[in-house]
Design a protein around this ligand. Structure first.
Ligand code: ADP
Ligand code: MG
Length: 240
């Protein structure tokens, strides 16, 4: 579903991605772990072309996003992304936040978009919050709205960049539950996370990144119980 080949990205003199290769199968949940600054966010941002890689290719469901012939706005609609900070529109209600992109970009009929939005709100456990503004929601609720908003575009894959890192601890669980449901329904997901419990339970594969490279990848059980790379070992000994 997602293939990344030989991806390089620098910001000025700083080389952030140094030849990333990975392949994610349909319905697979891959968690990406690694120290701060190792290039995890840049990798996700290159996957949905929020950043333009210097070289290498990203292919999603057979369409090469990095090709100059690809209509990037069209393909990007198929890639949902959820950030650490929810980036909801503050002056729009929850329902409006969710219906905006389908109505404006996909030209979905307003009533139909609202119907789908209500369904998604129910799915993330917020069916009664359609009419409130983001400021009236807790962090966990905002993040669940952000997930619903991404899903409204009916993406083929979902990218999560530390979706629970900005949350108070008591709200982490409710967001992870929504993500687990999505995984169970078969969504293909790339998840950058510090939640090792989630990676272990839900991830089918874990990629460990350090200094712009995937230095180890394996099943969660292998990575957490029997890491082979010394840098993976050092990282895990600090976070576990
Ligand atoms: P991670 O998500 O693993 O913490 P990032 O991908 O955010 O790492 O960042 C990797 C490195 O690239 C960091 O040193 C960061 O400061 C740098 N970086 C990220 N984005 C930019 C940018 N837009 N301009 C300049 N430097 C950046
Ligand atoms: Mg990051």
């Amino acid at each position: 579903m997602i293939t990344v080949k030989n991806l390089y990205k620098s910001f000025g003199l700083l080389q952030v991605l140094k030849g990333i290769n990975c392949h994610i199968s349909p319905q697979e949940v891959v968690c990406i772990i690694g120290p701060s600054g190792s290039g995890k966010s840049t990798l996700l941002r290159c996957v949905n072309q929020l950043e333009t890689p210097d070289s290498g290719t990203v292919t999603i469901d057979g369409i090469e996003l990095t090709s100059p012939h690809t209509d990037i706005n069209k393909v990007r609609q198929q890639v949902g992304m959820v950030f650490q900070h929810f980036n909801l529109f503050p002056h729009r209600t929850t329902l409006e936040n969710i219906t905006m992109a389908p109505v404006i970009i996909k030209k979905t009929d307003k009533a139909e978009a609202a119907r789908i939005a209500r369904e998604l709100l129910r799915k993330v456990g917020l069916f009664d919050k359609d009419d409130v503004y983001p400021a009236q929601l807790s962090g966990g609720q905002k993040q669940r709205v952000a997930i619903a908003r991404s899903l409204a575009m009916q993406p083929k894959v979902m990218l999560f960049d530390e979706p629970t890192s900005a949350l108070d601890p008591e709200m982490v669980g409710e967001v992870l539950e929504v993500m687990k449901d999505l995984a169970r329904e078969g969504m293909t997901m790339m998840v950058v996370t510090h939640e090792m419990g989630f990676a272990r339970e839900v991830g089918q594969r874990v990629l460990f990144m350090d200094e712009g490279l995937i230095v180890e990848e394996n099943s969660p059980q292998q990575i957490f119980e029997n890491p082979t790379n010394s840098r993976t070992k050092a990282f895990l000994s600090k976070v576990l």
